[in-house]
Design a protein around this ligand. Structure first.
Ligand SMILES: [Zn+2]
Length: 80
C-alpha cells in the first residue's frame, strides 16, 4: 500500500513505510471505513464491493462475513 506521507509503495505486510518510517494504515481498516461511508449514503452495492475485499483479506473474520451478508440482504430488499 502507498505511504500517506511520502507516496512510496510498500508491500501490504509492512506496518511502517520502508522509506520514511510513517505508520501505514491497515488495509482492512481502510476498507471498513470506506464501506461504512458508502453504507451511510445508502450506496449498498459499493459498500458490498468494499466488504468483499475485506473478507478476502480477512477470510476467517465471522464479523466481516456477517456484515457482508447483511449488506447483500439489504440490497435484495431494495429490489436492485
Ligand atoms: Zn513513507
Amino acid at each position: 500500500m502507498k505511504c500517506q506521507e511520502c507516496g512510496r509503495d510498500n508491500a501490504d505486510r509492512y506496518k511502517f513505510c520502508l522509506n520514511c518510517g510513517a505508520q501505514l494504515e491497515d488495509p482492512v481498516t481502510g476498507l471498513l471505513k470506506e464501506a461504512q461511508d458508502f453504507e451511510e449514503f445508502d450506496l449498498i452495492a459499493e459498500a458490498i464491493e468494499k466488504m468483499e475485499k475485506v473478507v478476502q483479506l480477512a477470510p476467517d473474520s465471522i464479523k466481516h462475513r456477517k456484515k457482508l451478508d447483511e449488506l447483500r440482504a439489504r440490497l435484495r430488499s431494495l429490489g436492485i
